[in-house]
Ligand binder design. Structure first.
Ligand SMILES: Nc1ncnc2c1ncn2[C@@H]1O[C@H](COP(=O)(O)OP(=O)(O)OP(=O)(O)O)[C@@H](O)[C@H]1O
Ligand SMILES: [Mg+2]
Length: 218
């Protein structure tokens, strides 16, 4: 049904001697929303980080757009189109919304980047009203939107989001969900870790991690 973009097979991951992921296999297609659930400590963040190359030591195959990327450094995976938003968002809190967005801009030309800037603001109109505000003076939900918007400035073809709706006011959760579903409709692939059922209800597939092992949702 979906053209496969990301294919993970027999992925194992370790922090030192402690194994965090066991024989994880999954695929995500173009325009597919895959939700990853699991209890605290199940390995959700470890899996997302392993895929983008910042997490634990891994063994296994990670294939993106037909190329094996598991030995690639994180920046190369990002350049290849994998966008990641960490649970703690990692914004430049002293910089304004505008600065946070422009600092992340990647594109073939200034015109292309300006076009992407306009596109991202159209997705998140709330950011347009906060352009000159330092990120430190935004609500948790606004910061989450900025974190996603910033990642979108590099025009990724897949977004990996770690608990994007956690600790956000309901009205912003709803807005965020609408944006993510719109992006999916435009062909972006989404892999979202969450503990609640906010995006799971709209997912193409839900997978559950239990103590580092993957199982389809019951
Ligand atoms: N940097 C690290 N060093 C050592 N062990 C880690 C590290 N990060 C995570 N772990 C361990 O790996 C396992 C999986 O943790 P992970 O953070 O991936 O789970 P999670 O599903 O994201 O949990 P949460 O819902 O609390 O975010 C846990 O046993 C955790 O203690
Ligand atoms: Mg986590």
């Amino acid at each position: 049904m979906f053209d496969t973009r990301l294919e993970v097979t027999h992925l194992n991951a370790w922090y030192g001697q402690a194994q965090a992921l066991f024989d994880v296999s999954l695929s995500v297609g173009a325009g597919e929303l895959l939700v990853l659930q699991g209890l605290n400590g199940a390995g959700k963040s470890s899996l997302l980080q392993a895929l983008i190359g910042i997490g634990p030591r891994v063994a296994g195959h990670i294939v993106w757009d037909g190329q094996r990327i598991d030995s690639w450094a994180a920046h190369r995976r990002a350049q290849a189109g994998l966008g990641f938003v960490a649970e703690d968002r990692r914004l430049f809190t002293g910089l304004s919304v505008r600065e946070n967005l422009w600092i992340a801009a990647r594109g073939p030309s200034k015109v292309a980047m300006a076009r992407q800037f306009d596109r991202v603001l159209a997705l998140f109109p709330v950011l347009g009203r906060l352009m000159d505000r330092p990120a430190s003076q935004m609500s948790g939900g606004e910061q989450q939107m900025l974190a996603i918007a910033r990642t979108l400035m590099s025009s990724p073809r897949m977004l990996l989001l770690d608990e994007p709706c956690e600790g956000i006011a309901p009205v912003l959760v709803q807005a965020l969900r609408e944006v993510l579903l719109q992006l999916r409709g435009e062909g972006l692939s989404l892999l979202v870790a969450e503990q609640n059922d906010i995006l799971a209800a709209h997912a193409d597939r839900v997978l559950v991690l239990t103590s580092g092992r993957l199982a389809p949702a019951a």
